[in-house]
Design a protein around this ligand. Structure first.
Ligand code: AMP
Length: 282
């Protein structure tokens, strides 16, 4: 195994990947926005199981933040991230700056129709165009054998899969299950925004998701079960629920009752912090 390296330009990334290829190594890619936690590290660990070399990327992508979102205060701590990546045995960090990813005159946007329009797409209009644009760039910059995405962002995973199929990008997309805290809260870089009191409150979310999924499993009509769950979220102190919906996993469209391949999706605010999660129903 070579030394851990950090590269900041596409040219250096490609040179490093070419070197891996010359030695016959397979390459796994783990795209992130940094502020790493055990969810991200699990992606790296999965990538290490399948590939001889693992590249993590850190880029806080402005194109996937709306004008009122948290781009300027999004947590950044590259030194801590690097220490964690070394610890789990990543080989390379690609951490480009804004000008390297979107040089002067950059004017292309990748837009995935259908599955990107509901849920996160309805709440955050430009979000998936930003995600699809940056992920297509990262995949074409590194051209890995496999790229790893968390089920935590299930709709994003499906959008990336669709895009890779539609654009014939020669990479296998690997899904990794959601990593949770002891109380069930999905790990997220945004959990850092929560005060201790808010963090305590947030544990109602996995509890309510668990109960709701259990109720939905029988195949009963979803609407009253979901209305009840929304009431519980508000009572627990969630200020706003963007959505709490039962959807088909493939189409990401709402369905009236649970069936094979359904998932419960939620986006809700604790104070100013927006938390998302999804639980498989059947
Ligand atoms: P982010 O840095 O939030 O853009 O996330 C980078 C990648 O890590 C995405 O593929 C996420 O789905 C994944 N990820 C984030 N949190 C988790 C988690 N708790 N469990 C599994 N994967 C996660």
């Amino acid at each position: 195994m070579g030394q851990f390296e950090i590269v900041r330009t596409v040219a250096d990334l490609r040179a490093q990947v070419a070197q891996y290829r010359r030695s016959g190594a397979s390459v796994g890619l783990v795209p992130t926005m940094g502020a790493l936690h055990d969810g991200h590290l699990t992606l790296v660990r999965s990538a290490k199981l399948d590939n001889a070399r693992v590249i993590a990327t850190i880029f806080v992508n402005p194109k996937q933040f709306g004008p009122t979102e948290d781009l300027s205060r999004y947590p950044r701590d590259e030194a801590a991230d690097v220490a964690m990546l070394k610890e789990v045995g990543a080989d390379l960090l690609f951490a480009p700056d804004l000008g390297e990813m979107y040089p002067e005159g950059f004017s292309t946007s990748v837009s995935v129709g259908g599955i990107s329009q509901h849920l996160e797409g309805a709440s955050r209009l430009q979000f998936f165009n930003g995600v699809a644009t940056v992920v297509s760039k990262l995949l074409l910059q590194a051209v890995p054998d496999r790229a790893y995405f968390g089920e935590k962002d299930f709709q994003q995973l499906q959008v990336v899969r669709r895009m890779v199929r539609d654009l014939n990008i020669p990479v296998t997309i690997v899904a990794v299950p959601t990593i949770r805290e002891a109380d069930g809260l999905a790990m997220s870089s945004r959990n850092r925004y929560l005060s201790p009191a808010q963090r305590k409150m947030a544990s109602a979310l996995p509890q309510i998701m668990h109960d709701t999924v259990t109720e939905l499993r029988g195949g009963s009509v979803a609407a009253p079960i979901i209305a009840n769950a929304k009431g519980r979220l508000h009572k627990a102190g969630f200020d706003r629920v963007d959505y709490l919906e039962l959807c088909d996993e493939a189409t990401l469209q709402p369905i009236p009752a649970a069936r094979a391949s359904s998932r419960l999706f939620v986006a809700a605010y604790v104070g100013a912090t927006r938390l998302i999660d999804n639980w498989q129903v059947i």
